[in-house]
Design a protein around this ligand. Structure first.
Ligand code: PEP
Ligand code: MG
Length: 946
């Protein structure tokens, strides 16, 4: 079974996941934008076309209620820079700053890491401007302006590049900050953070060395938490840090703020080419040529005591889409502390705190004024951007500052709910909602969850960081995860916490489990983006990397043991749990309903069994576009009769073998027709590479010989005769029916008798479409069609029931596409078998393609694997020719596609443009095809070759 099944599976692509896209149709965009402009928001951001960068302008300022940049300038300001400018322009409290464009990054790499000549003066001028707004001067020993320096590419690359905070501090300015703020402890805490970050990011000194010094200080003074350290403690640590820098770097820590600034700018541009950024770009298809921008911004401090905080929030729940501010914050903390997962953060809303059972106050109770403002800005930003936002903020002594907004990454479930809710709230149109969902991301919703009746041997709980469930072998290292995956294993990556260096392992794993970190920790964010289940912060689990074990709930599991994680419930289970199919109601059904209203293409399923057919109907298939009958022959207990049929060397014995197969085929078809009712069912006549049926071992030969009463030696010789060098181009498809018409006759009889029987059982008119595979000439089709028609008449005569059927053909050879006009004189429908059509157009065997196609795509010779996404230029042209010529002979000719491309969004877009009647794909991809067809009708195509 496995071997034959592999013919159809071989080209089936892996489900692709990626960040949720938010493209909209221009028409729908402007309509909804008119209806929902929000004060004080004056623009509809998403309606603006991208703006080109003016020549020799490298720096864009923002702050104080105005900005030189806007959202439409993402290409050269980066996402963060453009959105900071936008927020400043619409009057939100954004610390003033400026963005150095991505053009500088491009220049930097094209010119031996140097800068454009005009840059220095522009940076100096922008710094002065920032200083004016905040009333401080950069480098001033009495009242210094401190800044942050952050990366910000066109596409979000969370945590991949470098950041430096508190820049501008030195031995003098730290004292000035202490005096001005009246908080010496805060000043030295900030200084030690700065030295650590700068030392790590700019000077390349290992972070761990700084941590060792800090730990040493704590041990010597009997201190445990950072919060227990006094101003003098921090001042002492700062001295030791500076000594470390001098030792490791060979020079003292730089005291000149300008030198610090240019060092940090260079390091951020440099981080565009670090290994993890390169890997992230490769995984997400982000071109290297885009470069990153650098944002320099006045510091605001979340670490100025109990009235200060730092936090991140989504305007809606990124896992479920629930409409409620959702996030985490840390009191008296700075910048990256929340994301780093070092301290466990507190909830933003009281409702979330109650659910979590945390004893520490939510932001809503601890900082009610700042919380109210955050809620208000969250609403303003959602309406302004017309999408769910991911926010970063700081509260400095009770005052709220917005540090970032961007369209929030979300699970497919949340994407669906937010799209449907936004449409219902009239922030966007229904068409926009349809256009917003990445079709391939629906895959996430179609994956199993744990069966509620299954026994759950829970060994630990953590946070439900990314929904869905998965089972697999425990593995502790990302490299091992990758290796095991390559050998066909399913693994769960278990880490204390993940970092950007781990993404290749996360990619390879079925799911991710961490023992530390919150809902916005690296593991949680990345897993949601990848659409993989994740449980984070399962703190009761102890991981011992060295021993390769994890202990929890009194159990010690080692590498290779099986666990299940439930990313929806945050549970970790020992062993493999029983899974269940997903529920496809609610927002899913609503959005699919909207999609169905828009799409022009029909969507059918490739289904070989009644079970497949039931799934297909549940997922909205309008019929079966391909039933591969050879798959039925491989059912347990049938293979022997099939072998008898093949190995017979005369018609009589072949007919005897076929007589045994007839009732089995008929029973299959009856069931299929009953499930499908009046929906059309395309049944394809036998099309296996014949040798796949052949007996291979001595025992198999002896078994068939026994059943046939034949000489095993003779039988072995006949099997040798039938073996082929290239079975994919061999005795296949209609060629079998040409050589042995009695096989086609048996199948036709089974189809018509089953149609009569199913019609009687259901009271519905069954609509079989008999499809002839792999024809090259009209003569082939005519010969086989004559047998089918004759059989239809015979069954009519025998049963008294006339079945309404049609006979059509697959178009999967270039000659058939070229001769479509004459073929359509006989064929009542065409179905493009693009698996074979791709094979035969390229002259690339389906069996062998994998060994070199990767090289072709890596070298850019092909834009994508043509077995995954249709080759528009070549295979596509043959389809267009086939359509045009076929419809010349038969104007209403029904045109379908049933190769694997039928479930690939980009190929579905092509099928829409080419004017096909329907696409047919595997049942689980039916919703993807429905959505992709709707998006194609809305003009959101997937032309990857353009
Ligand atoms: C095809 O060739 O595209 C097709 C659907 O048929 P098979 O994959 O069974 O050859
Ligand atoms: Mg084929």
């Amino acid at each position: 079974m496995a071997k034959l099944a592999s013919k159809s599976n071989r080209t089936r692509p892996q489900g692709k996941r990626g960040p949720v896209r938010t493209a909209k149709t221009a028409k729908a965009r402007s309509k909804a934008g008119r209806r929902h402009s929000v004060k004080p928001v004056g623009t509809k951001v998403s309606g603006k076309p991208p703006v080109a960068a003016p020549k020799d302008k490298w720096v864009y300022s923002f702050g104080g209620g105005k900005a030189e940049g806007r959202t439409g300038m993402k290409d050269f300001l980066g996402g963060k820079g453009a959105n900071l400018a936008e927020m400043a322009a619409i009057g939100l409290p954004v610390p003033p700053g400026f963005t150095i464009t991505t053009g500088v990054c491009t220049y930097f790499y094209a010119n031996k890491q140097t800068y454009p000549q005009a840059l220095k003066a522009q940076v100096e001028a922008a710094l002065l401007e920032v200083g004016k707004i905040v009333g401080k001067t950069f480098g001033d020993p009495d009242d210094p302006l401190l800044v942050s320096v952050r990366s910000g590419a066109r596409a979000s690359m969370p945590g991949m590049m470098d950041t430096v905070l508190n820049l501008g501090l030195n031995d003098k300015t730290v004292e000035a900050v202490a005096k001005k703020s009246g908080d010496r402890r805060f000043a030295y805490d900030s200084y030690r953070r700065f030295i650590t970050m700068y030392g790590d990011v700019v000077l390349g000194i290992e972070h761990l060395l700084f941590e060792d010094i800090l730990d040493g200080h704590k041990d010597r003074h009997g201190l445990k938490l950072d919060t227990e350290l006094s101003a003098d403690d921090w001042a002492d640590v700062v001295e030791r840090f500076k000594n470390l820098v001098a030792e490791e770097h060979g020079k003292p820590f730089p005291q000149d703020p300008h030198e610090q600034l240019w060092g940090a700018i260079g390091a951020v541009f440099g981080s565009w080419m670090n290994q993890r950024a390169i890997t992230y770009r490769r995984l997400h298809g982000i071109p290297e040529s885009w470069g990153t921008a650098v944002n320099v911004q006045a510091m605001v401090f979340g670490n100025m005591g109990e009235t200060s905080a730092t936090g991140v929030a989504f305007t809606r729940n990124p896992s479920t889409g629930e409409k409620r501010l959702y996030g985490e914050f840390l009191i008296n903390a700075q910048g990256e502390d929340v994301v780093a997962g070092i301290r466990t953060p507190q909830e933003i809303t009281e409702a979330a705190r109650v659910i979590s059972g945390s004893g520490r106050p939510s932001m809503e109770t601890a900082m009610p004024k700042a919380y109210k403002e955050l809620v208000r800005y969250s609403g303003v930003l959602e309406k302004h951007y017309r999408d769910m936002q991911d926010l970063e903020f700081t509260v400095e002594q009770g005052r709220l500052w917005m540090l970032q907004t961007r369209n929030g990454k979300r699970t497919a479930k949340a994407a669906l709910k937010t799209a449907v809710d936004f449409a219902n709230e009239r922030l966007i149109t229904r068409e926009e909602a349809v256009a917003r969902i990445e079709p391939a991301s629906l895959d996430q919703l179609l994956h199993p969850t744990i069966d509620p009746t299954a026994e759950r041997k829970v060994i630990a709980t953590g946070l439900p960081a990314s929904p869905g469930a998965a089972s697999g072998e425990v593995v502790f290292s990302p490299d091992e995860a990758e290796q095991l995956k390559a050998h066909g294993h399913k693994v769960i990556l278990v880490r204390v916490e993940t970092s950007p260096e781990d993404i290749h392992g996360m990619h390879a794993a079925e799911g991710i489990l961490t023992t530390r970190g919150g809902m916005t920790s690296h593991a949680a964010v990345v897993a949601r983006g990848m659409g993989k289940p994740c449980v984070s912060g399962a703190g009761t689990i102890r991981v011992d990397y060295a021993a390769g074990t994890m202990s929890a709930g009194g159990l010690t599991l080692k590498k290779g043991d099986i666990i299940t994680i439930d990313g929806g419930a945050g549970q970790v289970l020992v062993g493999e749990a029983k899974m269940q199919e997903p529920e496809l109601s609610g927002e899913f059904a609503t959005l699919m309903g909207w999609a169905d209203k828009v799409r022009k293409l029909g969507v059918r399923a490739n289904a070989d069994t009644p079970a497949d057919a039931r799934v297909a109907v549940k997922f909205g298939a309008e019929g079966i576009g391909l039933c591969r009958t050879e798959h039925m022959f491989f059912e347990e207990g049938r293979i022997r009769s099939v072998r008898e049929m093949i190995l017979s060397d005369d018609e009589t014995s072949r007919r005897a073998a076929l007589a045994k197969l007839l009732p089995m085929q008929r029973a299959d078809f009856v069931e299929l027709f009953v499930v499908m009712g009046e929906r059309p069912v395309t049944i394809r006549l036998l099309d296996p590479p014949l040798h796949e049926f052949l007996p291979h071992s001595q025992a198999e030969i002896a078994e068939v010989a026994g059943a046939m009463g034949a000489d095993p030696k003779k039988l072995a010789n006949r099997a040798d005769e039938l073996a082929e060098f290239n079975p994919m181009l061999g005795f296949r498809g209609c060629r079998i029916a040409i050589a042995y018409p009695e096989i086609a006759e048996m199948q036709a009889r089974a189809i018509f008798e089953a149609a009569v029987e199913a019609g009687k059982r259901t009271g519905k008119a069954v609509k079989p479409e008999v499809m002839v595979p792999l024809i090259a000439t009209k003569a082939e089709l005519d010969l086989i069609k004559a047998r089918i028609d004759a059989m239809a008449k015979e069954v009519h005569k025998e049963t008294g029931v006339r079945v309404k059927y049609s006979v059509g053909t697959m178009i999967e050879l270039p000659r058939a596409a070229l001769r479509a006009e004459e073929i359509a004189q006989s064929a009542e429908f065409f179905s493009y078998g693009t698996n074979d059509l791709t094979q035969t157009t390229f002259g690339i065997s389906r069996d062998d393609a994998a060994s070199f196609l990767g090289i072709y795509t890596a070298k850019g010779i092909l834009p994508a694997d043509p077995f995954v996404s249709i080759d528009r230029d070549g295979v596509g042209e043959l389809i267009r020719i086939g359509n045009e010529r076929g419809r010349k002979a038969r104007p209403g000719l029904k045109l379908g596609i049933c190769g694997e491309h039928g479930g690939d969004p980009a190929s579905v877009a092509f099928c829409h443009e080419a004017g096909l009647t329907y696409v047919s794909c595997s049942p689980f991809r039916v919703p993807i095809a429905r959505l992709a067809a709707a998006q194609a009708a809305l003009g959101k195509g997937g032309d990857r070759t353009a």
